[in-house]
Write a protein that binds this ligand. Structure first.
Ligand code: N01
Length: 547
């Protein structure tokens, strides 16, 4: 009986009003944070704006949405049983398959009782006197917590389409990041897709198969490599699972958190052209992007080395796309390959050989306005029944800036970040005690296999909270100096690479008026983990801790 009571006590939801940890966001990061922090005996609760768990995989339901990292890698590693039991049907899982997996995790680890859906956190305010955060939801509910974990995601605030005349459009329009849950049938329609980033590159081939005519409005051509998706090879899956624990350890010693791709040591310029080409051909045939990013040590550092790969991909585009003028427009020439997110596709370039697809260059003739019947560029009006905006997100900072985060008597986070985000390790912000960010700006999150980084961040946070518990400490916050040094380090590392050369969301270039600051840490997950571990081992060097 006593045992039963203990079980039922454990199954009770954490009290909503006063908890140890408020976790904002119920995506992959929020769910793992809940699981891990519960394991410390803390009361924790997730607040999620959506009507279901899954975060990015809940919202991004556009045609073709799937992960561009192989699913055997893009999975949680904290439970070997979970990994062994789960079967991914394809090499790269679709959005519905990933969402099913996330829901399975929520059930399997009994997470739902501490997840509050349909709840958007509007503000979070910290009182130094009590060492507590007070969060307020849009509906006015108040929650107080000792710690706040922002699992708000990096690509969760869709960029609002601000095209002149949009309100006059008589057709339907959609944003990739807020796609209707029942899907959209474009059969027989004239459709416009705006954007040619990773999202558009996934949706274009599928919309082209449905639409009467598809117009793709491209401002900047992007590099894309064939994904070579296929049904899961059972033998490959068996081998993968047999070496699972070892693979997880190997992933930690890589740049991007994907095992099988150790940090390269050879320059692209140190080998013959023939050898380089052979390697690029092999990688092109194998499919996916991680191989390319890891092929030579100067791929993302040296312009000449990078150009060897960029030129190779441009040649491939010219060999696939039959109309030479279209091929030229699709071949990127204004940024190094990999300096923007390298895309993985299925039949992207091939799609431009279809009679019902037109590529429109909106760099030379920009979009002037959306009209009631379609869209007008500097040269022409295009009649459209539907528009799909694949124009991206207010990345990395958008979701945090949407919440009014402040410390009583101090400045708001949005004010502090006016000139760009500043963090210590991407994990905490000076002046904002007891608030942790998962894969925030200044961390390698978006430049890695996200789940790898999520788990590393959450584990670090959990160890930190356990340290505070053991020592009877009430708060932790970064020293200003430590934060400044980390920001300088993040910039130095980025400046030594080709990344800042591109107008990408990594520098906020896609949001008009956003300060141009390179946000991710590109020193790789191995170096980053070592740094985080060293800092913790030195008694949380660079942090102020107190009672
Ligand atoms: O967004 P983007 P996304 N007029 O910002 C164009 C992840 N992701 O949603 O480059 C005309 O990359 C803009 O043009 P330009 C992944 O990390 C992952 O595609 O600014 N065009 C660009 O072409 C990815 O990087 C998966 O000149 C305009 C496009 O819109 C991130 O999400 C799948 C415009 C926006 O591209 C974001 O990708 C999909 C305008 N006014 C996405 N404004 C996986 O597989 C913007 N554009 C895991």
């Amino acid at each position: 009986m006593a045992q039963l009571e203990a079980v039922s006590e454990r199954r009770k939801p954490a009290s909503a009003a006063q908890i140890d940890v408020a976790i904002v966001g119920g995506g992959l990061a929020g769910l793992y944070a809940l699981h891990r922090l519960r394991g410390l005996g803390l009361t924790a609760r997730v607040y999620e704006a959506g009507s279901g768990v899954g975060g990015t995989w809940f919202w991004n339901r556009y045609p073709g949405a799937r992960c561009d990292i192989e699913s055997l890698e893009y999975s949680y590693s904290f439970s070997e049983e979970l990994q062994n039991d789960w079967t991914w049907p394809e090499r790269y899982a679709t959005q519905p398959a990933i969402l099913e997996y996330i829901n399975h995790v929520a059930d399997r680890f009994d997470l739902r009782r501490d997840i509050q859906l349909n709840t958007r956190i509007a503000s979070a305010s910290y009182a130094r006197a009590t060492h507590r955060w007070t969060l307020e939801t849009r509906e006015g509910e108040r929650i107080t917590a000792r710690f706040c974990v922002m699992a708000t995601g990096n690509l969760s605030t869709p960029r609002v389409p601000d095209f002149k005349g949009l309100e006059t459009f008589q057709g339907q329009w959609y944003h990739s990041g807020l796609w209707p849950h029942d899907g959209v049938d474009f059969t027989g329609q004239r459709v416009g897709v705006i954007g040619t980033g990773s999202t558009a590159i996934q949706m274009i081939p599928l919309i082209a198969q449905q639409a009467q005519h598809l117009f793709v409005f491209q401002r900047t051509a992007n590099f894309s490599l064939p994904a070579r998706n296929a049904p899961m090879d059972p033998e490959r899956e068996r081998r993968h699972k047999a070496r699972y624990a070892q693979r997880v350890r190997e992933a930690r010693e890589t740049g991007f958190g994907v095992p099988g791709y150790p940090i390269p040591t050879q320059s692209a310029l140190a080998v013959s052209e023939e050898e380089r080409r052979r390697k690029y051909e092999e990688l092109w045939e194998a499919g996916g992007t991680i191989g390319f990013l890891n092929c030579y040590n100067d791929f993302l550092v040296d312009e000449k080395a990078n150009e060897t790969a960029a030129g190779f991909v441009r040649e491939k585009i010219r060999s696939i796309v039959r109309d030479p003028a279209v091929a030229e427009l699709l071949a990127p020439k204004d940024h190094p390959i990999g300096s923007k997110r390298l895309c993985a596709d299925t039949n992207y370039y091939e799609t431009y050989n279809r009679d019902n697809v037109t590529l429109v260059d909106v760099k030379s003739a920009p979009i002037e306005e959306i009209t009631p019947r379609g869209l007008r560029t500097a040269g022409q009006e295009y009649e459209l029944d539907a528009i799909a905006f694949a124009i991206g997100f207010d990345a990395m900072t958008g979701a945090l800036r949407e919440i009014d985060i402040r410390v009583e008597g101090g400045e708001a986070l949005a004010e502090k970040w006016l000139a760009g985000p500043r963090t210590y390790l991407g994990l905490m912000v000076a002046g904002f005690p007891n608030m942790f960010v998962i894969t925030g700006p200044g961390s390698p999150g978006v430049k890695s296999q996200m789940i790898h980084s999520i788990e590393q961040h959450v584990d670090w946070i959990a160890d930190c909270l356990a340290h505070l518990q053991t020592k009877g400490l009430a708060f932790i916050e970064p020293e200003q100096d430590a934060e400044d040094r980390w920001v300088s380090h993040v910039n130095e590392v980025a400046d030594a690479t080709l990344y800042p050369r591109a107008n990408s969301w990594y520098v906020g270039a896609n949001i008009p008026g956003k300060p141009r600051v390179f946000m991710p840490y590109v020193g790789g997950v191995a170096a980053y983990r070592r740094k985080c571990d060293e800092i913790a081992a030195q008694g949380y060097k660079g942090f102020l801790l107190g009672r």
